[in-house]
Design a protein around this ligand. Sequence first.
Ligand code: ZN
Length: 333
Amino acid sequence: MAATKGSRAKGNKRSGRNPRRGGASRWTQRVHRGLRILQVPELAKLSWLVHGFSTRVGGVSKLDGKRVLNLGFTEWDKRENVKENRRRLQAAVGAQDLKLVSLLQFHSDGILHFETAPTEPARGDASVTKRAGLLLAVQTADCVPILLVDPKNRAVAAVHAGWRGTLARIVEKTIGRMQMQFGSKAEDLLAAIGPAIGGCCYEVGTEVAAAYSGQFANAAEFFDELRTGDEPNPLQWMNMMPPGHQPPPKKVLLDLQKANRAQLEAAGVPAKNIFASDLCTACRRDLLFSYRKEGAESGRMMAVIGIRGSRGSEQSRAEVNSRQLKVERKKRQ
Ligand SMILES: [Zn+2]
C-alpha cells in the first residue's frame, strides 16, 4: 500500500502488471477559479464521465471571515450564495450543461432512479441514472460520499452513507438497483469513496457498535475495539461506584469508509476497482467541512457524477475520433 512511486514503477516493469491493480489510486486535485476539487484518475480518464468531490476551499459563502464553498442550503448561508457555489462547482468539473440532481437526504436506504431532472428535490440517499445530461449529487460533512460507475453500460450512482445508511447497507442496495435497472455487474463497477470522518475521529456509542455487530459478521473490523456495552465495566469496579451510578457508556471509534469498502467487496466489486480518499473531514478542517467539529455552522460538500451529453460535447467527439483512429490503426496492421 505504502509503496513509493519508484518502487511501484519498478514493480510494474518487472511484472508487467497493470498499474491500476490494487486500487491504490492517487487522488488528484483540480483547481478551477479558486476551487479545489478532488478526483480519481481512473474515473477522470473516462471521457464520457464527469465527477468530483468538492472541498471547502473557494466559493462565495462566508464562514468565520473566510470564503468557503458551501453547497447545502444551511441556515447560516444565503440561498443565492449556495446556488452560485453550485454553479462554480459544475463549471469546475466541466458539467455546466448538466442538470444538477440533489436529494433531500434523511439517512435512509432510499435509492432513486432518474431519467429526467425532477422539478422538486426528491427524498432519498442515493441516486442512479443511465441518462446523459444529469449530474447526480450527494451532500456530506462527515458522512461517506460514494460514486459508482459502470463503464460497460455507462451508468452511474451517487450514494450518501452515514452510520445509519451504512448499517442499512445503502451502497450494497445501490449496486443491486444498478443490476436491476441497467444490467450492471458488480465486477465491472468502479467505486470512489470520498473524504469522510475517519476511524481516527468518529466516536459512536456502544449501541451503534451493538447494531453493527448484529448486522455484519465482520463488524469488529470497523471499530477500534468492539465494545457493545454488554461487557462488565472495569472502571465501575475501580471507582467503587455504588449501583445505579454507573459512568456514562463508553465510546468506540467507527471507520465508516472501511465498513462501506467491505460492503462493496462483499457485493462483488473487485478491491482494485475501489478508490478511497485518505482524508478525514474532522482532521482536515482546513480543506473539508466537518459537522462533528463545526456543528450547525458547518458547510456542506458535494460529490457529483454524471454522463456528458452526447451532442455538442467536445470530449465525446474527441473520444469518437480516438476510437476511429484505433480502428484505422488496427486495419492498417
Ligand atoms: Zn480524523
